[in-house]
Design a protein around this ligand. Structure first.
Ligand code: A2P
Length: 332
C-alpha cells in the first residue's frame, strides 16, 4: 500500500475535515481520494491540496477501487457499511465504537500496541478520543512500575461531540453574551454556554455513562490488562478543542516523581510540560492543533502508596481521532 486509494466516510464532519488536514501536513501519499458523507452533503465541494473534491453520498458500492477507508460517520453507518467495504477489498479504519470491543478487531494506538495490527481481518478500530489521550500517558507508567488502578475525570471539548455541538456552543455563548436566552440544546445534553455537565454519551443502568464505560474497556484491551480497575467520570466543558484529564493511579511498584517525569518525557507522542512554578502545565489552548499530548502536574498522590497523580491534555480531533487513524494507516 505505497500510494493507497483512499475514501473518507464522514468527510464533511469535524473528524473528516481534520483527516484532510492531517493528510496534507504529513504528506500522506494518496493516489486517489473519495469524499463520502450523507445524501445531505452530496455535491458539496471540499478542498484538498489546493483542489476541489466533490462529496458523494455514501452507497454500498462506494468502496470498489479503494484500498483504505477512514470511517468517521457514527456507529450505525460503520456497522452497516464497513463489512461491505471489507468485502470490496478495503481496509477500514473506523473511528466509531461499533467494532472496538470485537475480539477479532484490533484497537490500536500505534505508540502503545502497534503489534495488534498484525492480526487484523480488514477492520481496525480507532479508540475513543479520551482513551487515546489516557493510554499514551498510562503506557510509560505501566512499563516503569505496573498499573493496579486508575481514577480519571475528563474535561471534554464540545468538538468531541461533532461539528454541530461546537456550533451549538458558540451560538449559545453568543446568545448569553447578548443578553438572550440560549437556544435549547440539541447536539449536546445541556447548554454548554458558561456551563459544565457530567454527561457524555448515554447513561447505563449502573449509573455510569457509555463514555465512562468505553474508557474502562478500551484501556484494558489496549494495555492487555483485562482486570485493570478504571473508574471514570466524563465531563463536557465549554472548550472548542482538546480534552483534558485529571488522573490518579495506583502502581504495583514504587516510582519516584522524578522517574515518572523521565518516563513521560521519553514516551512517544507525549511532551512533559511540568513547570508549575512558572505556570507550566498543559491546557487546551496550548495543545490545540498539536500532534503531541502534554503531561504535567506530576505528583506523588495522596490516596495510594505507591501512587501518582497527573494531568494530561490532547487535541481529541487530532491525536484523539484523525492523526491516530492516519498513524494506523501508515503503520499498516
Ligand atoms: P453530513 O455532513 O452529510 O451529515 P460530525 O461527527 O462532525 O457530526 O460528522 C459526522 C459525519 O458523518 C458527517 O460527515 C456526516 O455527513 C456523516 N454522516 C452522518 N450520518 C451519515 C450517514 N447515514 N451516512 C453517511 N454519512 C453520514
Amino acid at each position: 500500500m505505497k500510494q493507497p486509494r483512499v475514501a473518507i466516510v464522514g468527510a464533511t464532519g469535524a473528524v473528516g475535515q481534520e483527516l484532510l488536514r492531517v493528510f496534507e501536513e504529513r504528506d500522506f501519499d494518496v493516489s486517489s481520494l473519495k469524499l463520502l458523507a450523507s445524501a445531505r452533503s452530496a455535491g458539496r465541494t471540499l478542498r484538498f491540496r489546493g483542489e476541489g473534491h466533490q462529496v458523494e453520498a455514501v452507497a454500498a458500492d462506494a468502496f470498489r477501487g479503494v484500498d483504505v477507508a477512514f470511517f468517521s460517520a457514527g456507529g450505525d453507518t460503520a456497522a452497516a457499511l464497513a463489512p461491505l467495504a471489507v468485502d470490496a477489498g478495503c481496509v477500514v479504519i473506523d473511528n466509531s465504537s461499533a467494532f472496538r470491543m470485537q475480539a477479532d478487531v484490533p484497537l490500536v494506538v500505534p505508540e502503545v500496541n502497534a503489534d495488534a495490527l498484525r492480526s487484523h481481518q480488514g477492520i481496525v478500530a480507532n479508540p475513543n478520543c479520551s482513551t487515546i489521550i489516557l493510554v499514551l500517558a498510562l503506557q510509560p507508567l505501566e512499563s516503569a512500575a505496573g498499573l493496579e488502578a486508575v481514577v480519571v475525570s475528563t474535561y471534554q471539548a464540545a468538538s468531541g461531540a461533532g461539528q454541530r455541538a461546537m456550533d451549538e456552543m458558540f451560538h449559545a455563548t453568543r446568545a448569553v453574551l447578548d443578553g438572550l436566552e440560549p437556544p435549547a440544546p440539541s447536539a449536546l445534553a445541556q447548554t454548554l454556554a458558561f456551563n459544565v455537565f457530567p454527561h457524555v454519551d448515554e447513561f447505563m443502568a449502573d449509573g455510569y455513562t457509555r463514555e465512562e464505560d468505553k474508557l474502562l474497556h478500551e484501556v484494558r484491551k489496549i494495555l492487555g490488562k483485562p482486570a485493570l480497575a478504571v473508574d471514570a467520570t466524563c465531563v463536557r466543558v465549554p472548550v472548542a478543542r482538546c480534552h483534558s484529564e485529571s488522573v490518579s493511579v495506583r502502581l504495583s511498584r514504587p516510582l519516584s516523581v522524578e522517574d515518572a517525569r523521565a518516563a513521560f518525557a521519553a514516551a512517544p507522542g507525549l511532551v512533559l510540560d511540568d513547570e508549575p512554578a512558572s505556570v507550566g502545565y498543559p491546557t487546551p489552548l496550548t495543545y490545540a492543533h498539536r500532534d503531541a499530548c502534554g503531561v504535567g502536574r506530576v505528583r506523588a498522590g495522596r490516596v495510594w502508596e505507591p501512587g501518582l497523580s497527573f494531568w494530561v491534555v490532547g487535541d481529541q480531533l487530532r491525536k484523539g481521532a484523525a492523526l491516530n487513524a492516519v498513524q494506523i494507516a501508515e503503520t499498516l
